[in-house]
Design a protein around this ligand. Structure first.
Ligand code: SAM
Length: 248
């Protein structure tokens, strides 16, 4: 069992709302006048969780680089899933399967923002390579605004193998790359699909790209080289939802 600190008002609120069974205790700033911090404390007590008032310095020390805003929670992190967990998730989703693959997103704010969009789009799973990804750090969790607790995250030991597993399960794979001819708006994104995003610096790796059934761009009329990966993720996920009729 490993534990982490969830830091700040929105992330702690999200954990209490979405995953209260994993919250072990809530620490709040002594004599806090912040109404939301006090609401969180009341909610935690209602759930039967220990609530400890502590000094600001302790919150700063435990919260690390993330801004604590007067509240942090000790949280038992869910076990990391592996590619072996994919078949069951795909079975449950059937033809609605919508998988997001992030081929090595290294910035925790970007990963958090991708998870936030993925949760909003109710994806089946997010697949990240175990060795190249950031991991679900407190900063990622905070940037995800609770999304990290809502989507199954698969840490694949071998991303190419995970992609082959998706293919064998009948999932069509589209890689996203700004430097290609085909537009994402001309690709059929209905049925079981996976959308693959590249890393901030180098984009998709060669092997990943070669495994894709399609490679498509989000057309950009402006003179920019690329979109931020989390922005591109949001655009393409919600284009998929639009094509699929929105509500799944
Ligand atoms: C910041 S971009 C990477 C840019 C990088 N220089 C490259 O060579 O691809 C990160 C990822 O966001 C996605 N992305 C960004 N802009 C895009 C666009 N216009 N069309 C499709 N995907 C895009 C791609 O998946 C890309 O790999």
């Amino acid at each position: 069992m490993s534990e982490t600190w969830i830091v700040g008002i929105n992330p702690v609120e999200g954990a209490l709302a979405n995953d209260p069974d994993r919250v072990r205790e809530v620490l709040i700033e002594q004599n806090s006048k912040n109404a939301r911090v006090n609401e969180i404390a009341a909610q935690a007590r209602k759930l039967g969780l220990p609530v400890k008032p502590v000094g600001k310095e302790q919150l700063e020390k435990l919260g690390g680089e993330a801004r604590h805003q007067g509240v942090i929670a000790r949280y038992e992190t869910p076990p990391l899933r592996s590619e072996n967990d994919l078949p069951a998730l795909l079975d449950a989703a059937g033809s609605d399967a919508l998988v997001l693959v992030l081929d090595g997103v290294t910035d925790p704010h970007n990963l958090g923002a991708c998870l936030r969009s993925a949760a909003a789009a109710k994806v089946t799973a997010v697949v990240v390579p175990k060795d190249r990804a950031v991991g679900i750090t407190p900063t990622v969790r905070r940037a995800s605004a609770g999304g990290a607790d809502l989507v199954p995250v698969i840490a694949a030991t071998n991303l190419a193998r995970a992609l082959r597993l998706l293919k064998d399960a009948g999932v069509w794979i589209t890689g996203l790359d700004g430097d290609t001819q085909q537009s994402i708006y001309d690709i059929d994104l209905k049925g079981p699909i996976a959308l693959v995003m590249g890393s901030e610096g180098d984009g998709m790796r060669r092997l990943t790209r070669d495994t894709c059934d399609f490679v498509a761009k989000i057309p950009m009329p402006g003179n920019m080289e690329s979109l931020n990966v989390s922005v591109a993720t949001g655009v393409v996920l919600f284009e998929a939802l639009r094509q699929r009729g929105g509500a799944r």
